[in-house]
Write a protein that binds this ligand. Structure first.
Ligand code: SF4
Ligand SMILES: [Zn+2]
Length: 328
């Protein structure tokens, strides 16, 4: 029996996004899919948001139904940009059947599309085909491939995240994306587990410098504690703390170009946080900076300071990495 009904995406919303000095109306959609083929990253809570094993035909029907829901619930004239997430890789044909990808391209023709995927699914023919459908000549780069590089350090990506690909495979995917006419958006993860606050800041600064060479857009995601993850287990044992908001400010203020920064969960124990008193103001400053490209909200929050800055300085200076025994 094949599904023929109504299906809502996991989530969808309209907001504004900064793009090349402009604020664009953006539709973000999170589609329920066949699920991430990797499903092993220590901080990822999206692994469970997937259909149970179903036939490719049914998967196609259920995903097309979600696109229909989007079409019925959002007016095309209300957004210029679309960000497409699945709980994995939009360009993995086993996760998102090719006919669904094509339907999405037809639905978002003329829009600036940002679609998330792992590097192994960045395929030149697939991207060229997708671009040929969405491109109406409005944008010089109509498609951005968004990849969760997380860090440019292979050891940290392997040991602290379990991402399952190296910098070399990401760089090859960047080349394939660029040669097909797509741009690249790279996500970097601030403070994966097993790093001290100071190590996390240093890793992020280096990763931003390096990732900016290969990507048109860089977005820093402070690590959050998502349910059902290994990071949550560590956090419950007191072995993990998300980054301080001060660390985010230090990185954003010192960065050469403009970065996007995700503030999901900021100010809570499961997200980047400070002492509780200054969190709202700092989170707002980060949001204002991300949307405007202006550093002023960050520098004024920095100069105003808070009593917890001393604690943060202390943690940065004194925190020591996990001691791992060298022998058994
Ligand atoms: S972070 Fe991305 S690649 Fe890693 S398990 Fe989650 S969806 Fe898969
Ligand atoms: Zn404070």
């Amino acid at each position: 029996m094949v599904f023929e009904g109504y299906e809502r995406p996991l989530s969808s919303w309209l907001n504004r996004e900064f793009y090349r000095g402009e604020k664009l109306d953006c539709l973000t959609i999170i589609l329920k899919s066949g699920g991430c083929a990797w499903s092993r990253c220590l901080m990822c809570g999206y692994r469970t948001f997937r259909f149970p094993p179903i036939s490719e035909e049914e998967l196609g029907l259920r995903m097309r139904a979600q696109l229909r829901w989007i079409q019925e619930n959002y007016r095309d004239s209300h957004f210029d940009m679309v960000k497409i997430f699945t709980s994995g890789s939009f360009f993995d044909p086993a996760e998102v059947p090719p006919e669904v990808r094509r339907k999405a391209a037809e639905l978002f023709r003329g829009k600036l599309v940002i679609a998330e995927t792992r590097p192994e699914y960045v395929n030149r023919d697939v991207l060229e085909d997708f671009i040929s459908v969405i491109d109406e000549g409005v944008w010089d780069i109509p498609l951005y491939v968004a990849m969760g590089l997380e860090t440019t350090d292979d050891a940290i990506r392997e040991k602290s995240i379990g991402k399952g690909f190296d910098l070399e495979s990401y760089r090859k995917a960047v080349d394939r994306a660029h040669s097909s006419g797509a741009g690249v958006k790279s996500y970097l993860l601030l403070k994966p587990p097993f790093l001290t606050e100071g190590e996390a800041i240093a890793d992020m600064k280096k990763s931003i410098r390096e990732a900016s060479r290969w990507s048109e857009i860089v977005s820093m995601n402070p690590c959050t504690v998502q349910s059902g993850t290994e990071v949550e287990q560590l956090w419950r044992k007191g072995a993990y703390r998300p980054p301080y908001l001060w660390s985010i400010l230090e990185i954003l203020i010192g960065a050469e170009g403009h970065l996007l920064c995700d503030t999901v969960g900021a100010g809570t124990q499961r997200g980047a946080h400070n002492c509780g008193e200054c969190d709202r103001e700092l989170t707002q400053a980060i949001k204002d900076y991300t949307l405007s490209g202006e550093r002023a909200p960050l520098t004024s929050a920095w100069e105003k300071g808070c009593r917890c800055m001393v604690e943060w300085e202390f943690v940065k200076r004194e925190e020591r990495p996990y001691c791992m025994p060298l022998t058994r």
